[in-house]
Design a protein around this ligand. Sequence first.
Ligand code: PSU
Ligand code: MN
Length: 316
Amino acid sequence: MQLPSSGAPAAPTSPAPVLSPEVAEALAAGRPVVALESTLLAHGLPRPDNRAAADEVEAAVRTGGAVPATVAVLDGAPHVGLTADELDRVCADSDLAKLAVRDLPVALALGRSGATTVSSTALLAAAAGIGVFATGGLGGVHREAADTFDESADLTTLSRTPVLVVCAGVKSILDVPATLERLESLSVTVVGYRTTTFPGFYVADSGSTVDWAVSSPEEAAAVLATRRGLAPGGVVVANPLPDDEQLDPALHDRVIADALAAAARAGVRGKAVTPFVLDHLHRASEGATLAVNVRLVLRNAELAGRIAAALAGVPR
Ligand code: PSU
Ligand code: MN
């Protein structure tokens, strides 16, 4: 299939992101690069296991045929592509801030450090000219949103940022149908990977469906390239775990209900909710949710690598 131009349209930010040497070289040569977020490492996975996961996720991008570029803010500088020492720092620091787009100006202006969420990673990836990005699950509409108004800035950012995000749907601690409705209102393109069943993060089926499926990395790349020519905003590629790799759905429903009740009892609010609930799940399931979480991120990273390779026109 002949794809339209593979380079990302310029979406410069000031200050410009600091690129690692490998990422700078790959981008200059037009080779495929995949952005990775750091919030899932710093706030979604427990220390010290998160450090090994960081390497595994980067290796999965390479298996897919692209160069990994983990994104974070270090001492006020936005970094796209981290060295091993920088990954050590992001994974070890228990005080690292969680930075969505609205937090970036403060961290950059005041010389602070932080992990980037889907929203801020998407912004910085686009600024660096990277079109493809992998995460675990998108943020979205929280189950109590009718009372709390808690909806992740991931959604509004994807409505204006020209990136393709590979994810296992949205985190199943959220209100999945409401999140899909918001993605529709925000005109974010959503496709399933080889299925119209919308995944439920830890489980293969969220109970919701999407209208479209792509059947190959080339088709996903063509959708992104076409979106860029049409309208601002991004593409979500929802990549479910295979049935035999998902969390047992009965265990899933039980531990999620417990974790949400614990968050409510503890009075956890705002951006602390997602890390609190993920941590509770990892402990309540004796590591089962953690293993599945890492597995789905690895699968998404590899698929993102293949999509980035297709976008760059690299034959595989
Ligand atoms: N995917 C994971 N684990 C995570 C996240 C995604 O497997 O921890 C993070 C992402 O960084 C996402 C954030 O942007 O959770 C959403 O947080 P909030 O609900 O506060 O917007
Ligand atoms: Mn929130």
